[in-house]
Write a protein that binds this ligand. Structure first.
Ligand code: NAP
Length: 225
């Protein structure tokens, strides 16, 4: 595994060393070239710059964790035409197999709750969207290894359901709760274009369409960003 930041890889050497002998630090291009799976986790305004720094992504699985905020804690910057952010990432990285995952939970929660499965508890759900079933299965394995329960919620076109404003974004949910919220809400009935225009002015963690399920009382709101 190769870790990469925008700046000098030397900053990452201690962190990489702490992860064991199979981890190292490198440039974005070195990180992208190191394996079959590339995790893209940069602020939305840096998307193009990061993809340019990475270079080619041919036949790679690209895990998109990015949420489309114009700035940290700022307003949404949604793709035109009602597309999910994940579809927009796929448009900008057309040779990669994009899978949306790891974007719904606050990073502190991601760290703290990763141990639930190992501790014998009910793991938190991790919604996963993608158009390639093999890529999605590979990412689901990584999600399980990270201690979460992957929930395949469909293709990239419906990934907005796990993005800011969507019904399974920002809350700590079990797999059953994710499925419950998405029941009766499967694409293509989901009103992508209508909901997209509504989303630009909506609070970050609230459903934007009256057809979306009401959050269950057992779930805990968190603020992923
Ligand atoms: N934070 C959360 O709780 C959370 C939860 C779920 C999803 N997300 C999403 O995950 C993404 C990353 O969030 P974050 O909070 O981790 O953001 P962040 O800390 O601001 O940035 C993450 C990393 O992106 C690197 N980066 C920025 N521009 C780059 C470029 N052009 N090339 C290569 N690397 C670049 C930065 O490197 P430098 O340090 O060198 O600048 C930084 O280390 C966002 O889209 C966010 O919406 C965040």
């Amino acid at each position: 595994m190769v870790l990469s930041y925008a700046r000098d890889p030397a900053r990452l050497r201690d962190l990489a060393q702490s992860l064991g002998p199979s981890a190292s630090a490198g440039t974005p291009a070195e990180a992208a070239g190191a394996g079959d799976v590339v995790v893209l986790s940069v602020p939305w305004p840096q998307l193009d710059a990061a993809l340019a720094a990475v270079g080619g992504l041919d036949a790679r699985v690209l895990v998109d964790t990015c949420n489309p905020f114009a700035s940290p804690g700022g307003p949404l910057d949604l793709p035109a035409g009602g597309m999910s952010a994940a579809l927009e990432v796929a448009r900008r990285a057309p040779t990669a197999q994009v899978v949306k995952a790891f974007n719904t939970l606050y990073f502190v929660t991601l760290g703290e709750r990763a141990g639930l499965r190992a501790a014998g508890g009910v793991p938190l759900a991790m919604p996963v969207s993608g158009d390639d079933s093999d890529a999605k299965e590979l990412v689901s394995t990584l999600v399980r290894d990270a201690g979460y329960e992957p929930v395949d919620i469909g293709g990239l076109g419906g990934a907005a359901r796990q993005e800011p404003g969507g019904p399974v974004y920002g809350d700590e949910l079990t797999a059953a709760e994710v499925r419950d919220r998405l029941r009766d809400l499967e694409p293509p009935t989901w009103p992508l274009a209508v909901a997209s225009s509504a989303r630009s002015s909506a609070p970050r963690t609230r459903p934007l369409s009256s057809s979306w399920s009401t959050p269950t009382s057992s779930s805990t709101p968190v603020s992923a960003r």
